[in-house]
Structure formats: C-alpha cells, structure tokens
Write a new protein. Sequence first.
Length: 235
Amino acid sequence: MQSTDTIRVLMVEDDARIRSSMKMALEAEGFGVAEFERGEDALDGFTKENPDVVLIDIMLPGIDGFEVCRRIRETSDVPIIMVTARNRTEDTILGLEAGADDYMTKPFDTGELRARIRALLRRATNSFATPHGWRSTHRTFGDLEIRPDEGRVLLAGTEVKLTKTEFKLLCELAAAPDKVFSRELLLDRVWGYGYFGDGRLVDVHIRRLRMKIEPDPANPRYVVTVRGLGYRLDH
C-alpha cells in the first residue's frame, strides 16, 4: 500500500466552494489533489496526472460525469467515485454502469470520503491477492477459468477484461462455490472492512459482471441470484 503522501486524487467538480472544501480536506490527509472544473479538461489532464483515484461530479458543464467516467474506463481501471447531488436510483445505477466503483451523495462528510478512498485503494492494492479459502492457482467452472494469482479470467479460452472491482467480486464468489453470499458480506469483502454502502453497489456490479462472463446474462449460468439472500457462483 502506498503512503498517503504519494496518493494522487483527480477531482472533477464545477462548484468552486465544494471543490475547495474537498481539496482542503484531502490535502490535510496528505493526498495530492489535481482539481478540474470541466470534464474535458479533466480528461486532458488524466494521463499527465496519472492519479491513484478519481472523484467525478455527475453534473458538469460540457460533457457530464457519466461520459468522463466512461472515457476514463476505456483505458484505465483506476478507482472511480461518482459524486452527485441527486439521490435518484437511476443516477446511481448510471454512474456504476459507466464504470464507477462507488458513489457518494452530496452533502457528505469529508471524513467518510477519505475513508472510502482508503478502502478503494486497499482493495486496488490487494486485487490480485489470493482470496480467503482459495486453495489452488486457478479454478474452472465450465468454460469459465479464474486465475487470481495472474489477475486473469478466461471464458472458453479467451481472456475477459474485468475492472478490479468486478475481478475481486468474482474471486470472492469463486472462493466458496455454491455458497450464498449476502450483499452485506460482499460489500465487506470487496469494498472494504467497515464499509457503509448499500446493496445497489453489489447488484449493479453483478449485472456488469454477468454481461461479460455469462453466455446469456438474462439466464445466468455462473453467478446466480438467490432471492432474498444474495448471490452464489455455481459449478
């Protein structure tokens, strides 16, 4: 894990007051902050800044936060937190489906923001660690092969590109096949100990994962929903 004085945060926020308070809170913790008001400028600066984590407001002048997230995700699996003033479920889902790992609704406590950044960075650092209960270098489920030590997933011999969150989620399920994982347990295991999120994070990432690994996402073969309980990975 990096020390906080090397951690770079790229922040895209058009409200100068909020941008200033977030920057002050993060810099007080030793984070380096590159701030941008417009999505276009943030995209231009992304390669130069090479951030460890990205904070993106949804409502931006010019291209919106969803599009900024999608474009970053095309070339990078850097942890992304979407920040929104709107508490609509649709906005949350759109942000996560654009590739975000987490979201926060304004107003929020800056201490919680720092905690979530640390949780995402811990998960990113340990994303290729062997999951608890894993007793081999790889596991195979039909045409699906999972290799946590290599950070790779293959479907019928072809590598599948997953985000770090999707990869970690799949590995946790695969560590105990046929076991039902509650949303709360997956939030703890994947997003970080003591994480206070909600089940939508899990649901949307499961849906994204299914789009990549399932022959028929509408009728999943591998990641199965157990109504009222959670999810399991079937042999």
